[in-house]
Ligand binder design. Structure first.
Ligand code: ADP
Ligand code: MG
Length: 251
């Protein structure tokens, strides 16, 4: 079973009389336990790709398979259930429910699924792993940005999904919290075999992933091994090379 396969996915948005080819024939495969970073300039189609993978929008053509299941062949109801169980989402703005405690936010996907909110102490165990035990009864407004993102990651993990999708997860964090969130994501792959696709435009963040996919103008133009966190500067150079190579006109 492959956690994620994107086959020839295209998506065009119409804005009045203009149309924007946000994604053009993108194909991508991510194996179990892989941590892939998607880089690209603003407007290159990164979020559109992530939204398609999350089943939030559907492609005009092409297929998205999560654990070998085609999202396009599901009814709306099947897709809603499938997304809740198999796709963990982490956003730049955390998107926690402000009136719920950290523990309740993490338990929410289980409760929406009609399950016990703390079956076998799973929620507490996850809070412990993510070093949130002391904050479990706190509401998001008294948590730091880094803590809020940890809660959001715990919420994404609670259903044991096939893939975790993160869109600029460190975009709202200071450098210390950013580093700890990057280390957490890296360890979730390395230690627990989680599968993560993360959008970022920062080489220092992408360096925590095993691989980098580069997008430009709606196309996936390159994919390379990132080579570890010590090489953020090298990664930045490699990324710039990809973009330059893609802009050389083919004659
Ligand atoms: P990125 O995340 O890399 O900044 P996006 O995927 O958000 O890029 O956007 C890619 C292109 O598609 C941009 O030109 C953007 O304006 C356009 N786009 C994205 N979403 C929509 C939408 N819902 N309606 C119209 N245009 C959109
Ligand atoms: Mg975006």
């Amino acid at each position: 079973m492959t956690p994620l396969v994107v086959e020839n996915a295209s998506k065009t948005f119409r804005q009045g009389s203009r149309s924007v080819a946000a994604l053009q024939a993108v194909s991508l495969r991510v194996g179990k336990g892989q941590f892939l970073a998607i880089m690209g300039a603003s407007g290159s189609g990164k979020s559109t790709l992530l939204h398609l993978i999350a089943g939030l929008t559907s492609p005009d053509s092409g297929r998205i398979l999560i654990n070998d299941q085609d999202l396009n062949r599901m009814s709306d109801r099947q897709l809603t259930l499938f997304r809740r169980r198999q796709i963990g989402l982490v956003f730049q703005a955390f998107n926690l429910i402000p009136t719920l405690s950290a523990r309740e936010n993490v338990a929410l996907p289980l409760m929406l699924d009609g399950k016990d909110g703390n079956a076998n102490g799973r929620v507490d165990q996850l809070l412990e792993t993510l070093e949130l035990t002391a904050r479990r009864e706190h509401r998001p407004d008294v948590l730091s940005g880094g803590e809020q993102q940890r809660v959001a990651i715990a919420r994404a993990l609670i259903t044991d999904p096939a893939v975790i999708l993160a869109d600029e997860p460190t975009g709202n964090l200071d450098s210390v919290s950013s580093k700890s969130i990057c280390e957490l994501l890296r360890d979730l792959c390395a230690v627990q075999g989680r599968t993560i696709v993360m959008v970022t435009h920062e080489p220092s963040v992408a360096a925590y992933a095993q691989e980098v996919a580069v997008m430009k103008d709606g196309r996936l133009i390159d994919r390379f091994a990132s080579g570890g966190a010590a090489t953020a500067a090298e990664l930045a150079t490699r990324y710039q090379e990809s973009l330059r190579a893609a802009s050389i006109p083919v004659t």
